[in-house]
Design a binder for this molecule. Structure first.
Ligand code: SIN
Ligand code: MN
Length: 212
C-alpha cells in the first residue's frame, strides 16, 4: 500500500485565505501527485469522462467523472447527484490515497460520498457558481489541483460581488468550509502545458463532498 507524504503537514498547515477559502499551497509533493494520478487514471478507466450539458443545453468545456456513492450530472433537467455513471455502472470506489487527504485536513467531517474529477483541456473553464447540490452545507468541500495551473476566482455569497483570484498549481489543496462553504467560485482559465504531470497536459481537479 502506498502512502502520501503530505508536504503540507510538514509545513504545519498554514493556508492562505482567499475570499475565506483556505488554500494549502504545495500540500502534495511531486511523488504524492504522481501516485494520485495513477489512482485517478484507474477511476477514469472504470468510469470514463463525459461532458455534461448545462441547463441551457450547451456542453460544458470541462469533462468529468466521479468515484464514490454519488457522481454529479447535469442536463436540461438541472444539476444533481446521481448514483450511476451515464453508462449505467456504479461509480468506482474513492481511492484510499484521496481519502487520506480529506482525513488529514478535515478529520471531524463524515467521509466524503462523492469524489468528483473535473478535467480541463486546453481552453476549458468553469463559470462562477456555488456548490449547493448537496443536502447540507455544514461539511466542507476539499479541492485538489493536479497538472496545469488554473486561475481560481472566489467571490462571496452573492453573484456579482467583489472577487479575488489565485493561480492554483499542481499539489495545491483548497478547503471551502465554514462561512465560505457557499462562496461563488470558478476557474477563469488554465495555463495549458504549464505542468508535465499529466502526459497530454491539462488540469485535473478533484473535489470531495458529503452529499446526503
Ligand atoms: C469546482 O468548483 O467543482 C471545481 C473547481 C476547480 O476546478 O478548481
Ligand atoms: Mn464548485
Amino acid at each position: 500500500m502506498d502512502f502520501l507524504k503530505l508536504n503540507g503537514l510538514a509545513c504545519e498547515l498554514s493556508p492562505i485565505s482567499i475570499g475565506g477559502i483556505d488554500v494549502y499551497k504545495g500540500f502534495l509533493s511531486i511523488s504524492d501527485q504522481k501516485l494520485l494520478v495513477e489512482e485517478l487514471r484507474k477511476v477514469a478507466v472504470a468510469a470514463p469522462v463525459f461532458s455534461p450539458k448545462t441547463k441551457a443545453g450547451r456542453p460544458m468545456s470541462v469533462r468529468l467523472t466521479a468515484a464514490g456513492n454519488f457522481g454529479w450530472y447535469s442536463d436540461h433537467a438541472g444539476y444533481r447527484y446521481v448514483e450511476r455513471h451515464p453508462s449505467g455502472c456504479a461509480w468506482p470506489e474513492i481511492p484510499n490515497l484521496i481519502l487520506s487527504i480529506w482525513q488529514a485536513l478535515v478529520p471531524d467531517s463524515p467521509k466524503p460520498e462523492c469524489c468528483l474529477l473535473n478535467f480541463y483541456g486546453e481552453g476549458a473553464r468553469m463559470g462562477l457558481h456555488q456548490d449547493r447540490d448537496e443536502a447540507r452545507f455544514e461539511w466542507p468541500v476539499v479541492s485538489i489541483s493536479l497538472g496545469d495551473e488554473g486561475l481560481f476566482r472566489v467571490g462571496g455569497l452573492e453573484r456579482g460581488g467583489k472577487t479575488a483570484s489565485i493561480w492554483l498549481q499542481s499539489g495545491d489543496v483548497a478547503v471551502m468550509g465554514g462561512a465560505a462553504r457557499l462562496n461563488y467560485h470558478g476557474i477563469d482559465r488554465i495555463k495549458f502545458g504549464s505542468s508535465t504531470l499529466l502526459k497530454d497536459g491539462g488540469r485535473l481537479n478533484v473535489t470531495l463532498r458529503v452529499v446526503t
